[in-house]
Design a protein around this ligand. Structure first.
Ligand code: F6R
Length: 608
C-alpha cells in the first residue's frame, strides 16, 4: 500500500514524479507529497486528499525547479491522513528526505530511543523514525548509513532517500515491499510498480530483499546489505503502455471487465497443446502429481474466493482433498504439512503481505509451493518454488475483475491436468472439458454485451442498504465474490450465504423488499436452491436469480432472472461472475462513487 517514485535526470523532476504517482494512485490515495532537489536546496510539498490536490497546488509540478526528486502516495497505517503525516519525511534540519512504503514494526522502540537522544517527532508515522535514524547514524557515506538502519528496522520497507550533501544521487532500498528501478537515456527512476515508469522506459531492474541502489542521472550501482557491489540484469517490460491507461473507457474497472475475455484466452491458450494441458512452469513430474495427498490453496479476498471454487473443482475432478485458507489465518494456525502436501498461493499483486508470509511458512516446512501470480517478478512469484502466471496484464481498478477471472482459469487448468494424470477422469471427458474452456472467452464477451440490462436493474437498487447473496456449492463461491464486489465499491452492506445455511439464523434479516441475489448454475442443486428462494420470497424478499439458459423453471419463483450461457458446471463461476461484477459497478457509479478507488482500500495490501 502506498506508492513511491523517484527520478534523477535531465528533465524537470516534479511533473515526472506526479505523472508516476498518478500510475500508482491505486496503491493508496489519501494524501501525497513530493520533494525536489535543485542542487542547493530540497523543496517539499505535501497535500491531504487525492493526487489532484497536490497537482493543482504545484501547477502540475511546474512550480518546483530541480531535476532530482522523490514522491509518495499514501494509504494511512500509522496516523490519520493529513499534511503532516503525508510523506516525504525529513530529519531535523531537512537535509535527509525519505519516502516509505511498508510498516516498521519496531518503530515505537526506535522512536523512544531517538526521543531519549533529543529527536523531536512532528508526525504520527513510523516513517519519521527512519528519517531521524538516518540522521543519527549518518557518517557521510549514504550506503553505509542505510545498512546501519537496515540492521535495526523490523518490518517491511521500500525507501526512496535523498541526502542534501549528495545532491546528484538518490538512494533506494527494499525489504518485503516492492521496488523497481527504471533505466533510460534521459535519467533513472525508482517506483513501487512498473506502470509508473513505462512512459519513459521499459528497462527495469527488480530489486531483491535487502538490496540497495544508488542512482545518478546516468548510472546505477547495486549493493547488498554488506555493502558489496552487485551485478544485476535488466528485464524488458513488454506490456503495451495502453494496458495501464483507461483507453477511452470511463473507468478502469469497466475497461478491465471488458479485457476479461482476452485475459482468459491469454492465460488459457498458451497452455493448451495438441489436445493436452501443458503447464511447463509447474516443475512437477507426472509421478509427483500422482503422489499429492493434499492441497492447500491460500490467498486473500477475491483470490481466496477463486480458491473456494477451485476446491470443488480439484476435489470433484482430481479427487484430491483441498483446504482453502485465508492467508492471514493460515500463517498463524500451525497447519499440518505432510511430505506430499502441495501449497498453492494465489495473488494478483504477488505482494500481499499475508499471502507472502503464508508462502514462507509453507516453504519453511519443506513442502512444494506454487504461486499463481499476475505481477511478473513480484515477491510471491520470486519466492514460490514455481510460478504459474495469470496473463491478465496490469490491473489498476482496486476491485479485481480480470485478475480474478484468470486465477480461476489457472486453477481449472491445474485441476484438469491433475485429474488426467491421476486417471480420475477419462480422455473423452477431458477433451470435452477443454472444448468448454475454449468457449469461455466468447461467452464472457456475450455476457458483457448485455450489460445495459444489469445497469437498469442496478439503478433500482442505489438506495438499498442490505443485500444477501445465496448459492450452493460452486454457486456459494460465486456468491462470495458477488457480495464482495458489491460492498467494496458501493458501500452497501452485503453478505454471502450458503443457501441452505440462511435458515439457521440469518433469515431473520429478510423482510419486505430485501434484495436477495440467488445463484443457481449447478444442475444437481437447482431444486434445492429453488426451495431456498421460496423461503426468502415467503418472507418478502425480492429475488434476482443468476442461472443457466435452460433453467427457466426459476422464473416461477424469482422476480428477475439473468441467464448465463451453458458451460460445464465446474466452469460456471467464470460466467456467473460477470453480471455480478456489472451489478456492483453500476450500483457504484449510479451512486456517484469513485468506483476505481473505493474509500479505505488500496490495491496492493503489503501490510499485515
Ligand atoms: C477485491 C480485491 C481483493 C484482493 C486481495 C488479494 O476486489 O481485489 O480482495 O483480491 O486483496 O490481493 P492479491 O490478489 O493481490 O493478493
Amino acid at each position: 500500500m502506498c506508492g513511491i517514485v523517484g527520478y534523477i535526470g535531465e528533465n524537470q523532476a516534479a511533473p515526472i514524479l506526479l505523472d508516476g504517482l498518478s500510475k500508482l494512485e491505486y496503491r493508496g490515495y489519501d494524501s501525497a507529497g513530493i520533494a525536489v532537489s535543485s542542487g542547493e536546496e530540497i523543496r517539499m510539498v505535501k497535500a491531504t486528499g487525492r493526487l489532484k490536490v497536490l497537482d493543482d497546488l504545484t501547477h502540475g509540478g511546474s512550480t518546483l525547479p530541480g531535476t532530482i526528486g522523490i514522491g509518495h502516495t499514501r494509504w494511512a497505517t500509522h496516523g490519520e491522513p493529513s499534511d503532516t503525516n503525508a510523506h516525504p519525511h525529513l530529519n531535523k534540519d531537512g537535509s535527509i528526505v525519505v519516502v516509505h512504503n511498508g510498516i516498521i514494526e519496531n518503530y515505537l522502540k526506535l522512536k523512544k530511543k531517538l526521543e531519549n537522544k533529543g529527536y523531536k517527532f512532528l508526525s504520527e508515522t513510523d516513517t519519521e523514525v527512519i528519517a531521524h535514524m538516518l540522521d543519527y547514524y549518518y557518517n557521510g557515506n549514504p550506503v553505509d548509513t542505510i545498512t546501519k538502519i537496515m540492521h535495526r528496522m523490523e518490518g517491511s520497507y521500500a525507501l526512496g532517500i535523498m541526502f542534501q550533501d549528495h545532491p546528484d544521487e538518490i538512494y533506494a532500498v527494499r525489504k518485503d515491499s516492492p521496488l523497481i528501478v527504471g533505466e533510460s537515456n534521459e535519467g533513472n527512476f525508482i517506483a513501487s510498480d512498473a506502470p509508473a515508469v513505462l512512459k519513459y522506459t521499459r528497462q527495469v531492474y527488480f530489486i531483491q530483499n535487502e538490496e540497495i541502489v544508488k542512482l545518478t542521472k546516468d548510472s546505477l550501482t547495486f549493493y547488498n546489505i554488506d555493502e558489496e557491489v552487485l551485478t544485476k540484469e535488466a528485464t524488458t517490460i513488454d506490456w503495451d503502455i495502453n494496458a495501464a491507461e483507461k483507453g477511452g473507457y470511463e473507468h478502469f474497472m469497466l475497461k478491465e471487465m471488458y479485457e476479461q475475455s482476452k485475459a482468459v484466452s491469454d492465460t488459457l491458450n498458451p497452455r493448451l497443446k495438441d489436445g493436452d494441458i501443458v503447464i511447463q512452469e509447474l516443475g512437477m513430474s507426472e509421478d509427483e502429481i500422482r503422489k499429492i495427498r493434499k492441497i492447500y490453496i491460500v490467498a486473500c479476498g477475491s483470490a481466496y474466493h477463486t480458491g473456494v471454487t477451485a476446491k470443488y473443482v480439484f476435489e470433484g475432478l482430481a479427487r484430491i482433498p483441498v483446504e482453502v485458507d485465508l492467508a492471514s489465518e493460515f500463517r498463524y494456525r500451525h497447519p499440518i504439512f505432510e511430505p506430499d502436501t502441495f501449497v498453492i498461493i494465489v495473488s494478483q499483486s504477488g505482494e500481499t503481505a499475508d499471502s507472502l508470509a503464508a508462502l514462507r511458512e509453507a516453504k519453511s516446512h519443506g513442502v512444494k509451493t506454487l504461486g499463481i501470480v499476475n505481477v511478473v517478478g513480484s515477491s510471491i512469484a520470486r519466492e514460490a518454488d514455481n510460478v504459474m502466471y495469470t496473463w491478465a496484464g496490469p490491473e489498476i481498478a482496486v476491485a479485481t475483475t480480470k485478475a480474478y477471472s484468470t486465477q480461476l482459469i489457472a486453477e481449472y487448468l491445474l485441476a484438469l491436468k491433475f485429474a488426467k494424470v491421476r486417471g480420475t477422469i477419462d480422455n473423452d471427458v477431458f477433451a470435452s472439458m477443454l472444448e468448454e474452456l475454449k468457449q469461455l472467452p466468447e461467452q464472457i464477451s456475450l455476457l458483457l454485451s448485455h450489460k445495459e440490462n444489469v445497469q437498469k436493474f442496478a439503478n433500482r437498487y442505489l438506495a438499498t442498504e442490505h443485500v444477501f447473496f445465496i448459492g450452493r456449492g460452486i454457486d456459494y463461491a460465486i456468491s462470495l465474490e458477488g457480495s464482495l464486489k458489491l460492498k467494496e465499491i458501493s458501500y452497501i452492506h452485503s453478505e454471502a450465504y450458503a443457501a441452505g445455511e440462511l435458515k439457521h439464523g440469518t433469515i431473520s434479516l429478510i423482510e419486505d423488499g430485501r434484495l436477495v441475489v440467488a445463484v443457481l448454475t449447478q444442475p444437481d442443486l437447482y431444486k434445492k436452491t429453488i426451495s431456498n428462494i421460496q423461503e426468502v420470497k415467503t418472507r418478502g424478499a425480492f429475488v434476482m436469480a443468476v442461472t443457466t439458459v435452460e433453467n427457466t423453471e426459476v422464473e416461477k419463483v424469482a422476480d428477475y432472472c439473468v441467464y448465463i450461457p451453458k458451460t460445464n458446471p465446474y466452469f460456471t463461476n467464470s460466467l456467473a461472475v460477470i453480471p455480478l461484477q456489472l451489478f456492483g459497478y453500476y450500483v457504484s457509479i449510479g451512486k456517484g462513487l469513485d468506483v476505481d478507488k473505493p474509500r479505505n482500500l488500496a490495491k496492493s495490501v503489503t501490510v499485515e
